[in-house]
Design a protein around this ligand. Structure first.
Ligand SMILES: [Zn+2]
Ligand SMILES: [Zn+2]
Length: 77
């Protein structure tokens, strides 16, 4: 079991890396896994190499840079 899994089992919802507190432990896990610190960007623009950790950044990017294209994103993992 990893350290993060044992925190989840204890019902903890504060990130062990940056100590942000979340209302749900799964929100903390998602944050820890995909957003916190130097986690690689999870989402990518389907039309170019632009990547971001946040879906709204990709959507904004596609609306601005790829006007007329369907607003969507690729998950990198
Ligand atoms: Zn964090
Ligand atoms: Zn793009």
């Amino acid at each position: 079991m990893t350290a993060i899994e044992s925190l989840l089992l204890q019902g903890r919802s504060d990130c062990p890396k940056c100590h942000r507190t979340f209302s749900q432990s799964y929100s903390m896990y998602r944050h820890y896994r995909y957003e916190c610190g130097d986690a690689p960007p999870r989402y990518q623009c389907p039309y170019c190499a632009y990547c971001s950790k946040w879906t709204h950044s990709i959507y904004n990017h596609v609306r601005k840079k790829h006007q007329g294209c369907e607003v969507k994103l690729n998950k990198r993992y």
